[in-house]
Design a protein around this ligand. Sequence first.
Ligand code: ADP
Length: 343
Amino acid sequence: MPLEIVRNDITKMKVDAVVNAANESLLGGGGVDGAIHRAAGAGLLAECRILGGCKTGKAKITGGYNLPAKYVIHTVGPIYDDGKHGEKALLESCYRESLALAKEHNCETVAFPLISSGVYGYPKDQALKVAIDVISDFLLENEMTVYIVIFDKAAYKISEKLFSDIAEYIDDNYVDEHTDYSRECMRMNAPMAPMAPRRARRKKTEVDLSEMCDCKAMLAEDDLDAKLRQIDESFSQMLLRKIDEKGMTDAECYKKANIDRKLFSKIRSDIHYKPSKPTALAFAISLELSLLETEDMLRKAGFALSHSNKFDIIIEYFISKGNYNIFEINEALFAFDQSLLGA
Ligand code: ADP
């Protein structure tokens, strides 16, 4: 997945480069900066000393020393005042400059903390949105896997309005389907229908089986061949057809789906490719399919949307609102502890 939100300690990330939320001196500090310097060791500080600091919104690169990462990209986020002092432009610049440096050094994987969202006070939901917007723009033009690393769940916040809208939507839909049958009967004052005894049901199966045996004998091999030839359009065929119908290029489609090029090529070249459910849904979102079309596409991959799990309801929420921004959907999925869309 080109952009992933993960929960981790950034010093543990095995990537080509980790980004450090540094201060202008580049000589270490608290928060993520302190953690990176502690884990990297004295060599990092020695290299930082010769860099001569770094301006807010800019970035500089060093080695990774004792970190699992090969490089550390130091960027200085803005101190948040009231949002009217160019904070957003400076924060965007931090992400852009860091990504440009990573590209210059041929990094294929880069991990960012949520810059400025700690001591520098940038509201976390807005800091996350800036990160996602700039990184996803960059990924439209570049091949790289970028992680946004969230240290602790409490540090992660999507907008309160979105969170409560989704929570309400989950409540409305999830509860309905999960109402226990007996409780429902009690509530409606209706007697419960007796369940068929197990053994009786098994007996019926035996009868069915013997009937089937007769039928089977009658089913000529040719019939089976004919039936198999009527097999439906596959997932991959439907995907390629929809891309054409929407007038998209392949790259537009897989990038909007947050799917990497290699996986897309695999799906393209194998008409029987069976994607995972998050991958199938990522394409449905990228193609901006309606709920009905999404269900259809999922069925081709052997899945369905149900009200029995939060993941499906959150997807349904976004589709019903006409919001097909995969990164916003992933933010919400992450906030509700669900797996993310994409490969
Ligand atoms: P800033 O000064 O830019 O606000 P901070 O280090 O105070 O930088 O915080 C930036 C973000 O990094 C915060 O969201 C904080 O929770 C997070 N953070 C702190 N330590 C780590 C770590 N070891 N790995 C990843 N993120 C971290």
